[in-house]
Design a binder for this molecule. Sequence first.
Ligand code: NAD
Length: 440
Amino acid sequence: MSQASASIPATSSPAALHPLPSYLQEDKLGPWGNYLQQVDRVIPHLGSLARWAETLKRPKRILIVDVPIHMDDGTVAHFEGYRVQHNVSRGPGKGGVRFHQDVTLSEVMALSAWMSVKNAAVNVPYGGAKGGIRVDPKKLSRGELERMTRRYTSEIGIIIGPNKDIPAPDVNTNEQIMAWMMDTYSMNTGSTATGVVTGKPIDLGGSLGRREATGRGVFTVGCEAAQHIGMEISGARVAVQGFGNVGGVAGKLFAAAGARVVAVQDHGGTIYREAGLDVPSLLRHVEETGSVGGFPGAEVIAKDAFWDVDCDILIPAALEQQITTANAGRIKARMIIEGANGPTTPAADDILQERNILVLPDVIANAGGVTVSYFEWVQDFSSFFWDEDEINARLVKIMKHAFAAVWGVSQDQKVSLRTATFIVACKRILHTRELRGLYP
Ligand code: NAD
């Protein structure tokens, strides 16, 4: 511990002196509760930095906004929106925006915290943030969606910006929504600010390779881990839950490498084919119909039967808390690659570890998206754009390097890859916390 830090009062004073705000007490079993359990598991490994660990358990800034819009039928509808900046010790906040009917504040808090950990794990110079609106966007017209996106952007405009907090796509948000966010922020501030969001269309300062980046990262760490455990990708059977930006691209890359994608589940159905699904055709089917349901030539199986599918690699790439004590004991895969954020509960994690199933945790496995978002932000600032080969090569290099470091810690300290990733990342976050000190 440095001399300077030794004289700073530790944040580990008695709990009575710093009671938790009410909104941090509510959610014991949800995503935020899961995140807190993950933090508790890492604290014993943080050495002297553990004195700052309370920082990880309290989001820095939470904004809840009312988002009123004119509906096409002449009524006014109100939606609840959030932007949470969990930690900005290492740089501006960074994290996606989710439009989903089940979005809650505690979910957004957890997602923002996982962004802090993820960004530190791959060592991009960002803190963690996340946003969301509690809405089913599939029920809105295009005009309503645009008005809601623009009003939300105006409402959170006081805390976002290219040097403050940079949103990106997440579930049910895409390049077009990023374009509207960028335009709204630019109109409000009086100059074109391409760097305020990432995941934009290429013609608006987006980056080549960003759309595929998260899936490419999932594939990259999957291949690295497969080497460590002696698994051949060619011929491996893969099951994917969620066939959107992350799951669709990951499935495509695994299939292109010779793997057999035997089962896919999305919000509209669960399909199975032992010989392997034709992934390019399935992607076209999803683009045309919105779901994997009704894909010709595939067997339809029950939603819950997805977890019993005989496979080597399982990729949850939909929502949180999908792998629980109810199904962790049934999973047949040797390796789980978390494309989604928070898909596995801590209790399920323990079951998987006991069963010797290797889990590549979200905070490293899906970090490819934010890594190329970082490249996009750098390109926007310099107004100099790289070609796709360069972007993919840099992405793969960062992912391999980060994964190797995490693998090493996990072997040395005999901890799961999740705890190893939290060790690497939380040390980075808390070290910057200590260097910066407390102001005033
Ligand atoms: P998306 O909207 O493109 O796709 C989501 C997919 O999940 C769709 O196929 C949808 O049908 C499916 N889904 C929704 N509800 C489901 C349910 N109840 N059961 C089964 N499937 C369901 O979203 P995305 O960007 O691919 O994000 C998926 C996950 O990956 C999220 O957890 C997100 O936070 C995470 N993630 C995304 C990125 C990114 O760059 N897009 C980066 C890191 C992590």
